[in-house]
Design a protein. Structure first.
Length: 400
């Protein structure tokens, strides 16, 4: 670092003497006769960050100059050393209160002055290094932010594009949290009479969870019967059959069981709907219960199972169960980002709270319900940015 200094001294003899002494110690000295002149010199020499200033000067004295240079409006960090013929405690306190970094009496010998100025230069070097590191961190953060936005965009593109099937109307909403998360939902046509509907939630947040979410989505949507997790076909058989939901979860569990230091797991509900009969087969992997709105009876029920999360236990077993839907019935799949959302007094919205809301919205058209539920949740929690991903999928079977 260049030993550059601005000396502000209105006494010409003292200015020449101190310039000579400081120059002999290797300092490059720029001089000014008062505070106003000092400000002009600092404008001319933007590299100067160390100022050694007399206290008593006409126009703008040392204390006033210090206030100016230490104000938030001044766009440069300055190490300010106040030079004075007064060496009493009151003067020192006044100088430090003005923002001075050091206080030196005029009769201080050159060795002590040199040592204090070197200490000031070391302080400046550390400050400048910190500024450089912060700038680098800002750039790195901007890059990470851009990458996360790109990842969120990719996840958005993976959401279902087809929401209308024979006899089925489907709607969903997916709101990422402040950090990129691992929620994903989907639906797909399995054959002429069946569609698959699913929602899963990878533990944690961040890029790792998002990558695992992407991988699981690919594992489900890969529809080639030769290596499909949702279809089965013998090599010599031109036809294929659908795997039971429990078998789908078991295959995914085996694929993602933790073997190394990766401790991620996921919860999931996977269901297959016969679009002609309304028969719904389903299996859970530690996921929150589905909500079944029986439209004609105007009743809501939980559909749930006691089950293990996927990707953690090699002994995990999953069960397929079924319910028979009637025309107009709706099924709600959701992530715990909804039920664990908190109000200002730290109360969770809860599964029962969501069930009650679904019951209240019985008469609302299915195409408006996901948006309404999210708006109610925002109002209840008093926030528009949730701590966890918000995923909600609802479908209505309209009969044959």
């Amino acid at each position: 670092m260049i030993k550059e200094i601005l000396l502000v001294e209105d006494n010409k003899v003292m200015q020449l003497l101190m310039t000579k002494m400081l120059s002999s110690r290797g300092y490059r000295v720029i001089t000014a006769f008062n505070g106003i002149d000092a400000l002009a010199q600092l404008d001319k020499h933007p590299s100067i960050q160390l100022v050694l200033s007399d206290w008593m000067m006409p126009g703008l004295n040392g204390i006033e100059l210090c206030y100016r240079l230490k104000s938030p409006e001044y766009g440069r960090y300055i190490f300010f050393v106040l030079l004075s013929g007064r060496d009493d405690k009151e003067s020192i306190v006044e100088g430090i209160n003005a923002g001075a970094d050091d206080f030196v009496a005029k009769d201080t010998n050159i060795n002590e002055l040199d040592a204090r100025l070197k200490a000031g230069l070391r302080n400046l070097e550390l400050h400048n290094q910190l500024i450089t590191k912060n700038t680098e961190l800002d750039r790195a953060y901007a890059t990470i932010k851009e990458d996360l936005e790109s990842a969120n965009l990719l996840i958005h593109r993976m959401l279902p594009s087809q929401t209308s099937f024979h006899g089925v109307e489907l709607h969903y909403t997916h709101i990422p949290s402040a950090q990129i998360g691992g929620d994903m939902l989907g639906c797909m046509q399995l054959d002429e009479d069946h569609i698959a509907i699913y929602l899963f939630d990878v533990s944690g947040h961040g890029v790792t969870s998002a990558l695992m979410s992407f991988a699981i989505q690919q594992s489900i949507s890969s529809n080639s019967a030769s290596n499909s997790n949702v279809k089965r076909r013998k090599d010599t058989d031109p036809f294929y059959s659908l795997r039971d939901p429990s078998e789908v979860l078991a295959r995914l569990n085996r694929s993602y069981i933790n073997q190394d230091s990766n401790d991620l797991y996921f919860t999931m509900v996977y269901a297959v709907l016969n679009t002609k009969s309304g028969l719904l087969n389903y299996a859970f992997a530690g996921h929150p219960p589905m909500i079944w709105l029986q439209k004609q009876l105007r009743q809501c029920h939980f559909i749930q199972q006691e089950s293990y999360v996927a990707g953690m236990f090699d002994f995990a077993d999953y069960q397929t169960e079924q319910v028979q839907l009637n025309s107009g019935d709706r099924i709600y799949l959701y992530s715990d980002g909804i039920t664990e959302a908190e109000s200002s007094d730290s109360q969770q919205y809860s599964e029962q709270g969501l069930k009650r809301l679904v019951q209240e919205l019985t008469e609302q058209p299915v195409n408006k319900q996901t948006d309404t539920i999210v708006e109610v949740l925002k109002s209840w929690s008093g926030t528009t940015q949730f701590d966890d991903d918000i995923s909600l999928l609802v479908f209505e079977w309209n009969g044959t």
